[in-house]
Design a protein around this ligand. Structure first.
Ligand code: URA
Length: 251
């Protein structure tokens, strides 16, 4: 694999940035600084370093993207641009897909990965993965809003799981923490409270927070600690495997 492709597929750089990193001597292969991004390496055998620190070729990629408005949470769409188009082509070729959906006009934290099993677990309703949204709305929310959301709001034929609402002092916005993801859930919950969402941003997912300095449309790889968090978020709350066992252990 070409070195620039390797660096880009690892989620560290675009191909152009990878080229610049190589030209400025930041990349070494097996201890030797390299000067050509076209060098061929074997990701399983060669030791590649950036500024002296090892770069691991990961089996799976976990990318945190700051989704801008106007993009669809999908890999293909006939009408609108997709969030995956914000990634460099090498990363797109790895088959990354968005873990969950945000509406086209919703902005903020979107996890993209090629780890299908983990994405499936993070999105399964059996798991209680927290998603935190900041929103603005008009008119102001009624005094009963916190209690209604905490009790589990009826939406059509369904009842939402209990969620947490923290209002701004003017009650024209705040933060909502959900542990599920129904269609247009926040917009519908706010509408059921007699108001209308005017802006919506996801600011945290599974304990990972959106960086304040990551521009809209930009992305970064998740840190090792964040990947651990994602894996830990995949635990069913309140259900330790052996307590759900249908059979008594043999004595
Ligand atoms: N709730 C919504 O209404 N829209 C989103 O994009 C996410 C949560």
């Amino acid at each position: 694999m070409r070195l620039d492709r390797f660096l880009s597929a690892c989620g560290l750089f675009s191909r152009r940035e990878a080229d610049a990193a190589v030209r400025t001597g930041r990349i070494a292969v097996n201890g030797e600084p390299v000067r050509s991004a076209a060098l061929h390496i074997d990701p399983d055998r060669d030791a590649v370093t950036l500024d002296g620190l090892p770069i691991l070729y990961r089996r799976f990629l976990y990318i945190l993207l700051n989704k801008p408005a106007g993009y669809i949470s999908a890999t293909e769409d006939g009408r609108f641009p997709c969030v995956t188009e914000l990634l460099p082509p090498d990363m797109q070729k790895r088959g990354l897909f968005p873990c969950g959906r945000l509406d086209r006009d919703t902005v903020g934290l979107m996890l993209l990965t090629d780890d299908g099993a983990l994405a499936h677990r993070l999105l399964s309703p059996k798991h209680h993965v927290e998603k935190v949204y900041a929103f603005s709305c008009t008119p102001a929310l009624p005094p009963s809003a916190e209690a209604e959301i905490l009790a589990g709001m009826p939406l059509g034929d369904e009842i939402c799981k209990p969620a947490a609402l923290l209002c701004t002092p003017d009650r024209c916005g705040g933060q909502i923490t959900l542990t599920e993801g129904k269609y247009h859930q926040i917009k519908r919950m706010i509408a059921a409270l007699g108001s209308r969402v005017t802006a919506l941003e996801r600011i945290a997912f599974a304990g990972i927070r959106l960086d304040a300095d990551l521009p809209r449309g930009a992305f970064r790889p998740c840190s090792d600690q964040e990947i651990e968090r994602l894996r830990a978020a995949d635990i069913e709350k309140g259900e330790i495997p052996w307590t759900s066992c249908k059979h008594s252990p043999r004595s």
